[in-house]
Design a protein around this ligand. Structure first.
Ligand SMILES: [Zn+2]
Length: 329
């Protein structure tokens, strides 16, 4: 994804004080009333390691193909139905390549549906490396890609044990991170070179006339000490969903992770889900608004590996999303 880093500083809000001493009882109460299952961070952590074990999931590589089979098999085991949507997409340099969006469906008969998504491909370039020799190496993508997928796989496991009241569609987008690298100087064929899998799906959803009440995209949700700000496109298109998620996080005692602050505007899969599929969709994404790129130092470098991953962060994101989904009627 690409950050536009439009920071509306006047919109910055300070997080409200959090009553830490009441945290545990609030969690317990919510868990009992709504019967929200416990998110197992160990399981999500394992799913990140497993994705990385294939190697960088760069389209048209063996690692990408092997990982697609793994993800399909996991979704098939948890969901009522699972499928791979295949299409062709055009890269920044005019090359046309295959794209595989991997989809898991819960309760297909239900009209009231929630879309949960993440991208599963890895960036083919480490173009944020200062060392030129490293810039053409693919990114491992522990946080950038694998973390969001891992949280969704663990949620899918829990959905298979206890069905939510609403139908849920999990869509793992391909070719999100093949956007024009900074070092490329040739002819550019498209201004929309990021998020190609989600653009394809948004124009050709897996089901005719598909829609959902709202969508939640996860991107870079697993790093140690990560904080999440309210991303600006999310606020523009789906502010009530942003507030719903942030309120749930606050009730669970996670306000120091889900900050009550405005972040930058990020060109990510949710933008096309909003604009092309017309489904209000938010992006939960780690941003570092003071940094030059708008993202953490390991972003699009060789450093985006397991060393950054934190079970605590995975837990906070996963448990918050479970509370949101199980609160839906
Ligand atoms: Zn990326």
């Amino acid at each position: 994804m690409k950050s536009k880093v439009i920071i509306l500083t006047s919109f910055l809000l300070l997080a409200c004080g959090n009553v830490q001493s009441k945290k545990d009882s609030i969690v317990l109460q919510n868990t009992e009333i709504r019967k929200v299952p416990q998110f197992e961070a160990d399981s999500a952590y394992f799913h990140i390691e497993k994705q990385l074990s294939f190697g960088p999931r760069v389209p048209q590589t063996k690692a990408h193909n092997n990982c697609s089979e793994y993800l399909l098999s996991k979704l098939s085991s948890f969901c009522d139905a699972a499928q791979i949507q295949q299409g062709m997409v055009e890269l920044y340099n005019g090359e046309v390549i295959p794209c595989k969006n991997i989809i898991g469906i819960f309760s297909p008969e239900k009209k009231s549906r929630i879309l949960l998504c993440a991208h599963w491909d890895s960036r083919p370039f480490s173009d944020q490396e200062s060392d030129v020799k490293k810039q053409k190496l693919a990114v491992s993508g522990a946080d950038d890609g694998a973390s969001g997928v891992a949280v969704l796989l663990e949620m899918a496991r829990l959905f298979s044990i206890q069905k939510p009241n609403v139908g849920v569609d999990i869509v793992l987008f391909d070719v999100e991170d093949y956007g024009k690298p900074d070092f490329y100087t040739g002819k550019v064929y498209t201004d929309h070179s990021w998020c190609l899998g989600s653009q394809y799906w948004s124009k050709n959803p897996h089901k005719i006339n598909y829609t959902a009440r709202y969508g939640i995209l996860l991107d870079m949700v697993g790093a140690n000490g990560a904080t999440f700000r309210k991303e600006q496109f999310s606020n523009y298109y789906a502010v009530n969903i942003v507030n719903k998620v942030w309120n749930e996080a606050k009730e669970l005692g996670f306000s120091s992770c889900f900050l009550d602050e405005i972040g930058g505007a990020v060109t990510d899969d949710h933008l096309y889900v909003n604009q092309l599929a017309k489904i209000p969709c938010i992006d939960i994404i780690r941003q570092e608004i003071q940094s030059e790129t708008g993202f953490a130092a390991y972003w699009h470098t060789q450093e985006d590996d397991m060393r950054n991953i934190s079970k605590e962060t995975l837990y906070k994101v996963g448990q918050t999303l479970l509370s949101v989904i199980y609160s839906e009627k």
